[in-house]
Design a protein around this ligand. Structure first.
Ligand code: CUA
Length: 357
């Protein structure tokens, strides 16, 4: 299939599922179309008008035939639905051990930031055989981040975070496209994703950066004086943020909300929208002061507050995931690369830890 020019290369764990579903749909619709055309020609000849005075006889179709054309399509359609739902859920659920990457779309480029602090433009480096979660933001209009070889595509919207994930199964260089018309240079909003062996990826990550995203976020947390109210002690004017991320929290109006990416985003830009129970609406808005890049850094920091393993770089989380897994949930690709990753990890760990401080 790789040589068939209609298909981009297939290089992710979901790509065979998407292709399989697509080919099944083509096969089903193709054979039904063919059947209909055959029947049209057959009936046109068989029931053609004979002598002018011959009148058509009305006939009840046999019950068995009627049942067949009700039951058979129902089974086929439900089959398509189930297969589609399976693929959809697979693509929607981000594996827990995914590496965190942040992407920002703007007219007309893609910016990627790694948890370790590395930044790239129109290029993304990822390891093979590891799920990668991308948190997406737009600085202006709607874009759509598309990795054809991975068969994943997600719209990138202004004013909110969205997420997507993929697990590359083959090393190599694959296209990144913008798949939503976003202005004059939309067609130029392209780049390359570089899928590397885990060892090479660690070497790449170890190359300099300005400290991890979370540590950059921590500096911003002080710069914007967030820490004067969010002292993360009891009795502070602002809610304690330690261990907040992903938890359910109680609001003053009695409702509950999960502290996810978008809750944190809203709480920074529009703090009055959801007030944590037991607190006054004192916080000023940071709309217009904190740009998308800084929001990502603050988010990365808030995720780590009060979390045991402080700032985890992708290298470290990759190691811990591989060490703690070995579970049958990992794919064949992960298992086969695991020994290489572990060897490389042992060698580069001190370096990686140093860059992290
Ligand atoms: Cu961005 Cu099209």
């Amino acid at each position: 299939m790789n040589d068939f020019p209609l298909f981009p290369e297939s290089a992710s764990s979901v790509a065979p599922l998407v292709d399989g579903l697509y080919l099944a749909l083509v096969a089903i619709t193709g054979s039904v179309s063919l059947l209909i055309w055959i029947v049209i020609f057959y009936f046109a000849i068989k029931y053609r008008r004979r002598p002018d005075n011959e009148l058509a006889q009305e006939q009840e179709p046999p019950a068995a035939l009627e049942m067949t054309w009700i039951v058979l399509p129902t089974i086929i359609f439900m089959g398509i639905f189930v297969a589609g739902a399976v693929v959809f859920f697979r693509m929607s659920r981000t594996p827990a051990n995914a590496i965190e990457v942040y992407a920002t779309g703007r007219q007309w480029m893609w910016k990627f930031q790694h948890a370790s602090g590395q930044r790239e433009i129109n290029a993304l480096h990822v390891p093979v055989g590891r799920p990668v979660k991308i948190t997406l933001a737009s600085e202006d209009v709607i874009h759509s981040l598309w990795f054809p070889a991975f068969r994943v595509k997600t719209d990138v919207l202004p004013n909110r975070f969205r997420t997507m994930w993929f697990e590359a199964t083959k090393t190599g260089r694959y296209h990144i496209f913008c798949a939503e018309y976003c202005g004059t240079m939309h067609s130029g909003m392209i780049g390359w994703v570089e899928v590397m062996e885990p060892v090479e990826y660690q070497r790449w990550l170890a190359g300099g950066s300005e400290g991890s995203l979370a540590s950059q976020g921590e500096k911003l947390f002080e710069k914007y004086a967030c820490n004067t109210c969010h002292t993360n002690t009891s009795g502070a004017r602002g809610p304690n943020l330690a261990g907040l991320f992903g938890k359910t929290r109680q609001l003053t109006n009695g409702s509950q909300v999960v502290a996810d990416e978008n809750y944190i985003r809203e709480s920074i830009l529009n703090p009055q929208a959801k007030i944590a129970a037991g607190f006054q609406p004192l916080m000023p808005t940071f709309q217009g002061q904190v740009n998308e890049d800084d929001l990502i850094r603050l988010l990365a920091y808030v995720r780590t507050i009060g979390v045991d393993q402080p700032v985890s770089t992708p290298v470290e989380s990759a190691q811990s995931a591989q060490q703690s897994s070995g579970a049958p949930t990992t794919t064949g690709a992960t298992t086969s690369t695991a020994p290489a990753a572990t060897t490389g990890a042992t060698g580069t760990q001190p370096a990686a830890t140093t860059t992290n401080q």
